[in-house]
Write a protein that binds this ligand. Structure first.
Ligand SMILES: CCCCCCCCCCCCCCCC(=O)SCCNC(=O)CCNC(=O)[C@H](O)C(C)(C)COP(=O)(O)OP(=O)(O)OC[C@H]1O[C@@H](n2cnc3c(N)ncnc32)[C@H](O)[C@@H]1OP(=O)(O)O
Length: 657
């Protein structure tokens, strides 16, 4: 029954699913690569995931190390490119130290080491003759990088630095890959030379022996313990690290931004100091690029299950698909296009850096910080919403949703707490407004602010429902909301006694303005992606529907912003709502095919509810029976703890109370 339902839903699709798969994957080659890796992982017994359910933390870690080693063997044997290797790791679907080695350690060396240093360290890192992590965060300071306490004091007599952990709060805490695996760490420490503190700089420190993996003298290193969820990020060895006056050679300071000479003189290079934060820009970019995958995974499960469940019986032959799903489906698509754009923005910026042009750094920082914040918060909430949309069954591990949530949710706090990051966007917006008219015109994603005078004075002209589905109308509405909120904050800050005080007092409003700015970017990137030719029957049309759903669901959920800034009237919000209802009707019978286009295999999804064939109930039933507690009909502990109660043989009985 259930299986027939999904097939029926698929037959209603008004677009070419295969062509949509290509769009989602970002091209034919990416699609094939994904499919190749998905198949390779699913067919390799070494990558099976079933046993994870009952593993202890130590077993899970060992299982992860085994998989990472097996993956590395394959990567070498099959001569995989970096892209192929990254895709393979994604499909293994078990976070590991390798993500940090390849995703953070190596990019940080590339971004912050001089050419000579890169020549030394990169071959070692690429061959995994050393394994590295990024040790920035401390027990007492994560968000405030400038307040980190670890010190690196230059010692001219040994031509090196003495790295030290002065307090308990200065213990490095959280770095993934540090606890059990890394041999080297990029350590962020205060550079002290000639009695002066030059602030936070990066150093490569060897922490474990390359012979027997023992911590080197003066190093204390360990895992920080079990984290949220039963598996999730517990497969990563997040660690703690302390230094007791550890000596490192002077050349181990990453010297692209600044050097210390043999004599202990501190010399700035010609690159901006903000580039010290470059590794974070890179990781945030990757996080934005990945958000759509996790949301799409949850949405696939919820849509397929909604299509097969028949709780209240069939109504008009329609599945019980709740409208709440459609904005989430649209958001997954929106984030995919956002990710594709983010990737090209980042590549363009890197190309500029190669030519010593750092002018785009502030914008790329604001974009990566703000979009990381919005995309991860929305995705984490979206996964939880999908769980609820699956009713009680979503709470079962076999639904795949609890684990997906547990592994995703730390992204709201790692790589920059989401609130702190939005405040960085706010700084950028306030600065942009401040310099308006000074000849420094805003560009890129902030270009609309040069039109602020009109945006704050001209109200929306929507008069009927269908007026809402014009890209121009939608774009202008989001620009007006963002510009009005930002200007209000700027006015509030200008009235305060000091700028810092004003900024702090307006923090709540600033968060709203930053959110509005980021959502404008997402809406316009989605629209921008649809300006080109998109091949495939009905594909563009479906994407246009999704784009309108994404934008209009934001107009209605953020109606407060639009109404309070005076841009929209309550009637116009009502028109948006009814237009949205029409769009939901259009997407409903395409929803199953739209999630099929994400092209997730059953192996990767790992969900009884999200199975491609819709055989949900049998799968849930079989998964329950596989649980080790069901190995025998009479449970362990019966004789000691249950039988004595039933037989009235326990020392205390109700009659004696
Ligand atoms: C298949 C698998 C693939 C996997 C592939 C990916 C890996 C997937 C695994 C991920 C796993 C997670 C990995 C987690 C790893 C951690 O969690 S690492 C630790 C993360 N920690 C953080 O993010 C710390 C957050 N804090 C900060 O970034 C800074 O402290 C703050 C909040 C920006 C404040 O900085 P500040 O210097 O004290 O103050 P502020 O005046 O705001 O900034 C100074 C200037 O720098 C600028 N600035 C600040 N930040 C930046 C920046 N990043 N860039 C450029 N400029 C910046 C500001 O705009 C400002 O500029 P001006 O206005 O002066 O021109």
């Amino acid at each position: 029954m259930e299986m027939k339902t999904l097939a029926q839903e698929r037959s209603k699709a008004e677009f070419d699913v295969e062509a949509m798969k290509v769009v989602w994957a970002g091209g034919e080659a990416s699609l094939r690569l994904n499919q190749r890796m998905a198949e390779l992982v699913a067919n390799d017994p070494e990558f099976q995931k079933d046993s994870r359910v009952m593993q202890t933390r130590s077993e899970l870690l060992k299982d992860t190390f085994r998989k990472a080693a097996h993956a590395w063997e394959l990567i070498n044997k099959l001569h995989f490119t970096e892209e192929e290797a990254r895709c393979l790791r994604k499909h293994i679907d078990q976070p590991s130290y390798a993500d940090l080695h390849w995703g953070v350690f190596i990019p940080a060396i590339k971004g912050q080491a001089t050419d000579a240093q890169q020549k030394k360290w990169l071959p070692l890192a690429y061959s995994q003759a050393i394994i590295g992590c990024y040790a920035q965060t401390e027990l007492g300071h994560g968000s405030n990088v400038q307040r980190l306490e670890t010190t690196a004091t230059f010692e001219p007599s040994t031509d090196g630095f003495i790295v030290n952990t002065p307090t308990i709060a200065a213990t490095k805490w959280w770095p993934g890959g540090l606890g059990k695996v890394s041999t080297h760490a990029i350590v962020h420490a205060r550079l002290l030379t000639n009695g002066k503190d030059y602030g936070i700089h990066a150093f490569i420190v060897q922490i474990r022996s390359l012979e027997d993996h023992q911590p080197l003298p003066g190093i204390t290193v360990a895992d920080i313990g079990t984290k949220f969820g039963s598996r999730a990020y517990n497969s990563v060895d997040n660690g703690l690290l302390r230094f007791n006056n550890v000596h490192i050679p002077r050349e181990n300071m990453l010297m692209r931004l600044a050097t210390v000479t043999k004599e202990g003189k501190y010399v700035h290079s010609n690159v901006p100091t903000q580039l010290a934060y470059g590794a974070m820009v890179n990781v945030r970019k990757s996080i934005v690029m990945d958000a759509s995958y996790s949301l799409a995974r949850a949405v696939t499960i919820a849509v397929r299950y909604s299509a097969v469940r028949r709780q209240f019986g069939v109504q008009d032959g329609q599945p019980e698909m709740q409208s709440r799903l459609f904005p989430l489906l649209a958001t997954a698509y929106a984030y995919r296009f956002l990710g594709q754009w983010m990737s090209s923005l980042y590549s363009d910026t890197m190309a500029c850096f190669e030519n010593n042009d750092f002018s785009t750094l502030p914008e790329v920082h604001a974009c990566t910080a703000g979009l990381k914040s919005i995309a991860t918060s929305t995705t984490a909430d979206g996964i939880e919403e999908c769980r609820k949309l699956c009713g009680g069954h979503g709470y079962l591990t076999s639904s795949g949703l609890p684990d997906l949530f547990a592994v995703y949710v730390p992204s709201c706090t790692y790589e920059g707490d989401n609130v702190i990051l939005l405040l960085q966007v706010a700084r950028y917006l306030m600065k942009t407004l401040k310099f308006l008219g000074s000849g420094k015109e805003p560009s890129g994603t902030a270009a609309y602010l040069s039109n602020v005078t009109e945006l704050v004075s001209k109200n929306c002209e929507v008069a009927k429902e269908s007026d809402w589905i014009s890209p121009k109308t939608l774009r202008y509405a989001f620009e007006a909301r963002s510009a009005r909120l930002a200007l209000k904050c700027a006015t509030q800050i200008a009235a305060a006694s000091t700028q810092d005080e004003g900024f702090s007092e307006a923090s709540c409003e600033l968060l709203g303005a930053s959110r509005a700015h980021c959502e404008l970017i997402i809406v316009t990137r989605f629209m921008g992606a649809l300006e080109r030719e998109i091949p495939g029957r009905g594909v563009k049309n479906q994407l246009q529907i999704l784009c309108n759903i994404y934008a209009l669901s934001l107009v209605t959920t953020r109606a407060g912003d639009f109404l309070m800034t005076g841009y929209l009237s309550p009637e116009q919000v009502e028109l948006a709502k009814s237009q949205l209802r029409d769009l939901f009707k259009k997407v409903r019978h395409n929803a199953v095919s739209l999630v099929d286009a994400f092209d997730y295999t059953d192996f990767y999804l790992g969900s009884s509810l999200g199975r491609y064939d819709g055989n949900v109930y049998e799968s849930l039933y079989n998964e329950a029976l596989k649980d080790p507690t069901n190995a025998s009909a009479v449970t362990e502990g019966y004789t000691e703890f249950i039988r004595p109660i039933l037989k009235q043989q326990l020392g205390t009985s109700m009659s004696r109370l």
